[in-house]
Design a protein around this ligand. Structure first.
Ligand SMILES: *Cc1c(COP(=O)(O)O)cnc(C)c1O
Length: 429
């Protein structure tokens, strides 16, 4: 399979090159050159297939022959080692829980898949890759856990001092082995800037730096699986399906749109955002105006310039009207989000967390226009990951799941840095 750079169609790369580079040399995001819809027989019998079988059918054309069938199946089996239940919340409203993985964040799937692809590509090489990530909380833990012990890959995670929760910090700093955590004296944007600078720094070329956020195709593409798993569970109701994704960098929803291109019968998408409303604004007035991010209680979605949006525009040929037929986008405040958390809990007993609640609100809004449909919102993190919000808002105490317990009594190990020079010195030595 070939990928082209969204900055220049003539710049092409193989799957392996695209995964190892992250971004194209011209700084463009990679996009698959072709997508071939899956056969009708696949959708007719999807409920009789295992998640692993579905995932293999979905991803194989994007990997091509670069990873042999048996190895790819093994990678998928290791990636999908947990459940993805679609839980009824209200009439015609379901929560697709993506948080049953090792770090209880939906990013586990992409991180596990990408790390194992890199390990496969490195297996006969002397060379190492260094994965460099900046995290505002959730990504770092999933990447750390997903890449732990993977041969030939060093992982360096930058996080802002005092800005991530205690649980998140422990998930980043207690693993050891090939994972190093750098505590940055600054905010998330400072971490992000340092990472960007490192990618452009010629003196670090020999480090083979790559990124592990959703700009990397190996982290982005496996997110298609979720939409197939939702359809598999909801197909029996035989109603048009609306999917609402709580969106930040728009990687998840962009994968959903690609799944639709493969033939998955999703009637409509909702991109639900917090007050970082660049995309809802764009749908309203046709102007795409990135802005600095604003801090909210759904902080994994505090993104003012969503990096995957160019991929979505590519799929709709930059045609806003074509795009609007399949896609709505709504923005919600923190007060609305907390109110939704309470309402869901009081009326149904279901415990959501802030990101899922934003997804729920967007879904409810869209269902008002499409009353014959049913809908699913993605619950992207376990409530325990956002306990500072969930516990006081719902006035409850959450039990601590075993995945989280296992990191609570370990010691945090991290290196404190202040500047780009500190990062560079660390990487070189
Ligand atoms: C990353 C993340 C999101 C946003 O996903 P995108 O693919 O960046 O739109 C939503 N919720 C949680 C909990 C996340 O960690």
């Amino acid at each position: 399979m070939n990928y082209y750079s969204l900055n220049n169609k003539h710049h092409q790369a193989s799957y392996q090159e695209a995964v190892i580079q992250g971004l194209a040399p011209d700084r463009g995001l990679y996009f698959p050159s072709q997508t071939t819809p899956l056969p009708q027989s696949f959708f007719d019998s999807i409920e009789s297939l295992s998640n692993e079988e579905i995932a293999f059918e979905v991803i194989q054309q994007f990997v091509g022959t670069e990873i042999p069938e048996l190895e790819l199946k093994q990678i998928i089996a290791e990636t999908l080692c947990f459940d993805f239940p679609c839980v009824p919340v209200e009439d015609n409203v379901y929560s697709l829980e993506l948080y049953h993985g090792p770090t209880m964040a939906f990013k586990d799937v992409g991180a596990r898949f990408m790390s194992r692809c890199l390990a496969y590509f490195n297996k006969d090489k002397e060379q190492n890759n260094t994965v460099l990530v900046a995290t505002s909380g959730d990504t770092g833990g999933a990447v750390a856990s997903g890449f732990l012990g993977v041969k030939g890959v060093q992982v360096v995670i930058l996080y802002p001092s005092g800005k991530v929760s205690d649980i998140q910090e422990r998930q980043l700093t207690t693993l050891g082995q090939n994972i190093t955590a750098l505590e940055v004296d600054g905010v998330f944007d400072d971490c992000q800037d340092m990472v960007k600078k490192a990618f452009l720094d010629d003196t670090l070329v020999h480090k083979n730096l790559t990124s592990a956020n959703s700009i990397n195709i190996a982290r982005w593409l496996p997110q298609m699986f979720y939409f197939f798993f939702a359809y598999k569970q909801l197909k029996k109701y035989n109603k048009p399906l609306i999917v609402s994704c709580p969106s930040g960098n728009f990687g998840n929803i962009c994968a959903g749109i690609l799944a639709k291109k493969l033939g998955l019968p999703i009637a409509h998408f909702v991109a639900s955002t917090n007050i970082n409303d660049t995309v809802p604004q764009f749908l309203q007035n046709g102007k795409y105006e990135p802005k600095p991010s604003i801090a909210t209680i759904s902080n994994a979605m505090d993104v003012g310039n969503p990096s995957n949006f160019v991929r979505i525009q590519e799929m709709y040929h930059n045609d806003l009207n074509e795009f609007k037929k399949d896609f709505s986008s709504y923005t919600f405040t923190d007060a609305e989000t907390k109110f939704a958390l309470q309402n869901i809990h009081v009326n149904t007993g279901y415990i959501a967390e802030p990101h899922g609640a934003v997804g729920y609100l967007g879904l409810k809004k869209e269902l008002q226009n499409q009353s014959n449909s049913m809908g699913v919102f993605l619950e992207t993190a376990h409530p325990i990951k956002f306990l500072d919000i969930v516990e006081p808002t719902l006035n409850i105490k959450l039990p601590i799941p075993s995945q989280i317990k296992s990191v609570l009594d370990k010691d945090k190990v991290r290196i404190k840095i202040k500047s780009y020079e500190d990062l560079k010195n660390y990487l070189i030595n």
